[in-house]
Each structure stands twice: as structure tokens, then as C-alpha cells.
Design a protein around this ligand. Sequence first.
Ligand SMILES: NC(=O)c1ccc[n+]([C@@H]2O[C@H](COP(=O)([O-])OP(=O)(O)OC[C@H]3O[C@@H](n4cnc5c(N)ncnc54)[C@H](OP(=O)(O)O)[C@@H]3O)[C@@H](O)[C@H]2O)c1
Length: 275
Amino acid sequence: MVFKQTKTLSNGVIIPLLGFGTWQIKDGEDAYSSTLAALTAGYRHIDTAAAYRNESSVGRAIKDSGIPRNQIFITTKLESHLKDYKQTFIEFEQSSIRLGVDYIDLYLIHAPWPWSEWRTNPDYTQGNIAAWKAMEELYRAKKIRAIGVSNFEIEHLERLFKGIDILPHVNQIPLWIGRPQKQLRSYCEGKKIAIEAYSPLATGRIFKLELLNELAKKYGKTAAQIAIRFTVELGAITLPKSTHPERIRENGMLDFKLEKIDLEKLLALENLDYR
Ligand SMILES: NC(=O)c1ccc[n+]([C@@H]2O[C@H](COP(=O)([O-])OP(=O)(O)OC[C@H]3O[C@@H](n4cnc5c(N)ncnc54)[C@H](OP(=O)(O)O)[C@@H]3O)[C@@H](O)[C@H]2O)c1
């Protein structure tokens, strides 16, 4: 059962391989019922972010699920424009309050730059180091079990490493069929940084890929299951999102293996974002 599969981070923390993504799920009933559906289906790992503006509803669903806190792995993220030591403590506290928890399993810097500036790739190294220093303190104080980054390329990681003590445990990156991230995955592997695959369905655009439908027929699975299985087989912690209970369940039914030849075909596809 994929829900029972886990990965061990470089600090020994165990993380469920499949997580439920909550980006673009509206706060209130949608985020509450989707998160509850995921927990009912068997997911034990929820990925949210301050920027998703749904932490309160996610937290309420976690509480109402009745599942003990220590059996659910919760990730949230520091907003991308906050590149400041003191502000990181304040924001972390706010996220914890909204989620209704007294520790976070994984806390990430959401992006190396404010999202509004990503196209020009500005250098926010000093701000990232300042935020990271605060995260290291929260980690040492056991308020966070693992710390990481998201959307960091090799250049961002190398600049960050110059000013920090604890290497990131995780890098959450865009990873789907057609965007295999070979170099970044191999670099992170060398540093013992676990990869998390976000948007394994390319935010719903992946269904345009004809090969995916052919493979779905061959394996008697859905296109979504083939796409999610692909990132799982790359060893990435994988974070599909849906607001439909039947799809939420379907996305967790991954007890099959892709043949080597098919995995290689899929891995050979590069630079596809399906726009
Ligand atoms: N760190 C970052 O910067 C970052 C960026 C992007 C994403 N993420 C994380 O990764 C998670 C997943 O990425 P994502 O939200 O971009 O989406 P995704 O999982 O790649 O795709 C979700 C889309 O596919 C549809 N879908 C889901 N399951 C389906 C199925 N079985 N059959 C047909 N359609 C299906 C969903 O529609 P319905 O909802 O209508 O079912 C939705 O439109 C996010 O929620 C977030 O937690 C992180």
C-alpha cells in the first residue's frame, strides 16, 4: 500500500512517500472536506503553505479526523516574499496557530525569490540565509522536525550553503513526466536532500500527453495513476492534489510497477509543460 511507504530524511525523520497537495483549494468547506477526504482515504501527509490561505481549514480537518497528531505529517511553507530573520519566527508562529498544532513536521522556504519576481531570478541569498537561521533555531528547539526549501535550483542551493549550518532535508520542486529534473535530482541526491515532486499532474495539464493514455490502457490504470506512479518510481515524495474524493482515492491506488522500458520512455521526455 503506497500510503504505508515512507522515506527517511537525512536527519532520520520518516516521511510518508505520498502527500496530499492543497494548493488552489479554497479555504473553508473545500479545503476542509478535501483534506478530510484525503485522510479518510489513507493519506497521512498533507502539504500546505501560508500562501495557500487555507491552513485553518486544513488544520480543522486534521483535528476532526480523530487521527493522532503524531500519525500525520504536516508540511507548511514560509511565504516567498519573507526573507527576514525576525519575521520568520512570527510567520512560523502564525502558521502553527492557524493549523492548530504545536510543532510542524516540515517547514520550507517557499521559493528562492518572491514569486512576483521569479522571471528575473534576483539574488535573495542574504534574505534566504536570514530566514534559514531562524528555521535552524526553530528546528533545534524541536518546533520543526525537518527543514527545507522549495523551487531552489543548484545555483540557489550553492549560495545558501555558504551561510548555513544545517543542510536542507528536502527540496520541493516541479517534477512531472516531461520535466524530469535530472541534474537537480542528482545534485540533491549527492547532498542527501530528499526530493519532493510537486504538480505530478502538471496542475492538470499532463492529460494532453498521448503516451500517458496509451500506458494507462496497457496497465489498466488511469492516466493520473501512471503520472503519479512515475514520480514515485523516481524515488520522489509525491504530492498530488484533487478536490474530488473519488480522484483523491484513485491517486493513492498505486500498487503497480512501471516496466523499465516504459519508465525509460517517460524519462526521455524533457521540456514539456503542456501549455
Ligand atoms: N512549492 C511550490 O511552489 C508548489 C507549487 C505547486 C504545487 N505545489 C504542491 O504540489 C501539489 C500538487 O500540485 P498541483 O496543485 O499543481 O496539482 P497536480 O496534482 O499536478 O494536479 C491537480 C489537477 O489535476 C486534477 N486531478 C487530480 N487528480 C485527478 C485525476 N485522478 N483525474 C483527473 N484529474 C485529476 C485536479 O482537478 P480536481 O482538483 O478538480 O480534481 C487539478 O486540476 C499542490 O497542491 C501543492 O501542495 C507546490
